[in-house]
Design a protein around this ligand. Structure first.
Ligand SMILES: *Cc1c(COP(=O)(O)O)cnc(C)c1O
Length: 455
């Protein structure tokens, strides 16, 4: 192993640090603004919701942030996660491309999300917090935080988007098995939930509403904090453990990716795999194309506006500058529930503006087609979200075939789809359709963006 890679890893080949891309960027990301004053916020403004250690990570420009030993000792249960060469997929596609996938489905919750859930639970425990409230869409984040909460003896209170609460009883059962309390959102337990229900008693819920409920609960009680499973800088930071491992594993494979691919909901698994490679490029290393793939029915990066917006529907969160479809935007129903958020991580949005990444949107049936093709040769059944990355990687490999060139493609297989079999059944029954979002609704949601005079 080269010295650079050796210094990244401990004796069990796990990274010792998370990597902060902000340290290597040519331009710092725009500040986060207070929702009332519209002035940049300070660390104290966030302290009702997060422990100071996470707030300091949120605003840090330090390149390396040490992973605490208690977090590393839990990571070791499934980390380093495997990096596979998809030789049978390459053969099936008859492509000269070298396809590699980093498999995050080996975590106890089945996705990349425990990488940050464990870290967040640790820092909250250290700060004396006994309860964490959060939101979840399809249930991946809720089950990851429930798992982490169980390990650290923290109570976890999950607001689950109502339509998923009804459609995904097994994810809910998993959260409850870990000891979390899970309620359908909008709920009667918060003012923001009651307000939505008064207007529309059968409201199916949205991530924006569930965030409002979870934030409201956390802001009211000293013993309760809030946790978010994507979007924020510290979440992206924790996910870089995947990209750092991949850097070392690619070196062991004696290769280096030309293209790095990840699906993008809030942007955390994409950032996790891509940022360490982008950072290496910015420090003079090889150039990589980093491709973020989103659903065409919720196309934040490709169709959203880069503007200051709220993270939630009730406008309780600070304002962040990001690619957004507007906080009132509700995506049509499609199966990759983890990709339905109206915004994109500010840091992913910023690097897109800097021209360091590419974005692409796909409809769901072509993604499922790719996921099934992948499962039939590689054996692993990807989550509906991960299918977006598989689709893009296959398309890149087919382009290599057309052009007669061999490129190395690395994709983040963010999770398995064992809890999403209904989606696969619908696909096989021909019941999946490619819905488009409502243009008029998007226009209205964008017209409702807060007006912020930028300096
Ligand atoms: C939540 C989730 C995503 C989307 O979230 P990001 O923050 O964009 O990574 C992707 N894949 C899986 C399996 C998920 O659970």
């Amino acid at each position: 192993m080269s010295e650079t890679v050796k210094y990244l890893l401990d004796e069990s080949r796990m990274p010792k640090y998370w990597y902060n891309l902000v340290a290597d960027l040519p331009k710092p990301p725009p500040p986060v603004l207070h929702p009332g004053t519209l002035q940049p916020i300070g660390p104290d403004d966030l302290s009702p919701l997060f422990p100071m250690s996470l707030i300091m990570q949120e605003v840090s420009a330090e390149r390396e942030i040490e992973i605490p030993e208690p977090v590393r000792s839990i990571y070791r249960q499934w980390r380093p996660s495997p990096l596979y060469r998809a030789r049978r997929l390459e053969k099936a596609l008859d492509t000269p491309a070298r396809i590699y996938y980093k498999y995050e489905g080996v975590s106890p919750a089945g996705s990349h999300k425990p990488n940050t859930a464990v870290a967040q639970a640790f820092y909250n425990k250290e700060a004396g917090i006994s309860r964490i409230s959060t939101e979840t869409g399809a249930g991946q984040w809720g089950s990851s935080l429930a798992f982490a909460g169980a390990l650290f003896g923290i109570e976890v209170h999950v607001f689950m988007v109502r339509v998923s609460y009804q459609q995904k009883p097994y994810r809910r059962a998993l959260m409850e098995t870990y000891g979390a309390r899970c309620v359908a959102s909008p709920s009667e337990e918060t003012a923001s939930g009651r307000e939505v229900l008064a207007r529309r008693p059968d409201h199916p819920g949205s991530l924006g509403i569930a965030i409002s409920e979870a934030v409201e609960i956390a802001a009211q009680r000293d013993d309760t904090n809030y946790a978010l499973g994507s979007v924020l800088n510290h979440v992206l930071l924790h996910q870089t453990v995947t990209g750092l491992e991949a850097l070392a594993q690619m070196e062991m494979a004696d290769d280096y990716p030309d293209v790095v691919v990840g699906c993008a909901g809030g942007g955390s698994n994409f950032a996790g795999i891509a940022f360490p490679f982008i950072g290496a490029q910015l420090r003079g290393g090889p150039k990589v194309r980093a491709v973020a793939v989103e659903p065409a029915a919720c196309p934040t990066l490709t169709r959203g506006r880069y503007a200051y917006d709220f993270g939630d529907t009730a406008h309780l969160t600070p304002l962040v500058k990001m690619h957004t479809l507007g906080s009132t935007f509700t995506a049509p129903g499609f199966h990759a529930g983890g990709l339905r958020y109206h915004g994109m991580a500010p840091l992913v949005s910023h690097v897109e503006k800097l021209g360091l990444i590419e974005a692409r949107a796909y409809h769901q049936t072509r993604c499922f087609e790719a996921g099934v093709q992948f499962a039939r040769v590689e054996g692993i059944l990807p989550a509906p979200e991960s299918n977006h990355a598989v689709r893009a990687a296959i398309d890149e490999a087919l382009r290599c075939k057309e052009e007669g060139v061999s490129r190395a493609i690395l994709l983040n297989l963010s999770g398995h789809g064992h809890f999403d079999m209904q989606a696969y059944m619908d696909y096989f029954a021909g019941k999946l359709s490619d819905q488009n979002y409502d243009e008029a609704e998007l226009a209205m949601a964008l017209a409702g963006l807060p007006s912020v005079a930028e300096v």
